[in-house]
Design a binder for this molecule. Sequence first.
Ligand SMILES: *[C@@H]1O[C@H](CO)[C@@H](O)[C@H](O)[C@H]1NC(C)=O
Ligand SMILES: *[C@@H]1O[C@H](CO)[C@@H](O)[C@H](O)[C@H]1NC(C)=O
Ligand SMILES: *[C@@H]1O[C@H](CO)[C@@H](O)[C@H](O)[C@H]1NC(C)=O
Length: 303
Amino acid sequence: MGCLQKTALCLLFLSISSSASNGQFAEFKCSDVIKKEYSENVTMSCTSNVMITNVTVGRCESCSEGKSCPDPFINTMAGIYFSEEKRIYLELHGLEVVLHIQKTNVSDQGVYQWFLHSINGHSYQCTTLKIRAPETEPNLTVNGTELVCQSPIGHQQRQIHWFDGHGTNLTGSARLVSEEAEDGLTRLTSTLHGDPHLNPFGYCCTVLYDAHTKRNKTKCLGADKAADYPSFPTASALGASKISQEHVATILVLLFLVLCSFAAVLYYKYHQRDASRRDFADLIRSLIPILQQHEKTEENPSV
Ligand SMILES: *[C@@H]1O[C@H](CO)[C@@H](O)[C@H](O)[C@H]1NC(C)=O
Ligand SMILES: *[C@@H]1O[C@H](CO)[C@@H](O)[C@H](O)[C@H]1NC(C)=O
Ligand SMILES: *[C@@H]1O[C@H](CO)[C@@H](O)[C@H](O)[C@H]1NC(C)=O
C-alpha cells in the first residue's frame, strides 16, 4: 500500500517536473459575457501565459466541455483569419488573441467557442455574446377608420398593446402582422378599428420590448385625457398649434407692413412740408428785391 502510494507520488512528481522542464503550464483566460447594442462593434479576447500558436473559433448554441463547435469559422491552422468579408476577423499576437466583430447583427448573438493551442497544451474556452435589438419608437398613423401602429424593426419577442386614454386594454380587437426584417429582426404592424375623432379618449399604442422589465414606448393619437401615458402631442393639438403659429406670423407681417406704410407716409409728408416751406422762403427771398425795387420806383416819381 505504502509502496504503491510512493510510486504514484513519484509518477506524479515526474510528470509535473517533465511539464515544468518544457516551460509553464498553459493557462487561458477569455472574455466571459459581452453585452452590446445592435450594430455596435465588438471585440472579444483570450490571453495566455504562454505563446498561443493556433486558434479556432466557432459559434454554438451552448458551451460544451471538451468539444469544439462543429464548423469553426476561424481556423488559423487552415489560414482562415476572417469571415463575412472581414466583418469578423481574428488577430493573434503572441500571448493574446482578439476576435473583432464589426456592426453586430442580432444573429451574431450566441456562444463563441475558442479552441486555443499553445506549445504547452490546449484548451476550450467560451465567450457569450448578447446583442440588444434596436428599440425604435412606434409609428402610429390613421388610415381611414383604421389606426396602424408599426414597430419597424426589433426583436421577435416584443409585443404591441393598445389602450384608450383611460387605460382600457383594446389589444383584443387588434390585428397583428409580423414580417421578417433584416438580421433576424421583425417588423410588427398592428391594426385597430377606431376613429380618434369620435373617441374622446383617443388611442395609445404601446410597444412592449421586455415583458419582464415592462420596458416600452408609447404613442397616442387624439388622446386629450391620456394623462397616464407619456404625453406625445396629439394630432389635433399639433394641428391647432400649427394653425395659431401661422396666424401669429401673418398678423406680425401685416403689422409690419402697416407700420412701414405709416412711416413712409409720415416721411413723405414731412419732406413735402419741408420742401414747401423752403419754396415759400425762396419766394419771399426772391420777392424782397422786387418789392424793394418797387418801393424805390414808387419813391422815385414822388421825388
Ligand atoms: C410612419 O408611417 C408612415 C406611413 O406608413 C410613413 O410615411 C412614415 O415614414 C413612417 N415614419 C417612420 C418614422 O417610420
Ligand atoms: C391586453 O389584452 C391582451 C389580450 O387581449 C393581453 O394579452 C395583454 O396582456 C393585455 N395587456 C395588458 C397590459 O394588460
Ligand atoms: C410602460 O412603462 C411604464 C414605466 O415606464 C410602466 O408603468 C407601464 O406599465 C408600461 N406599460 C406596459 C403596457 O407594460
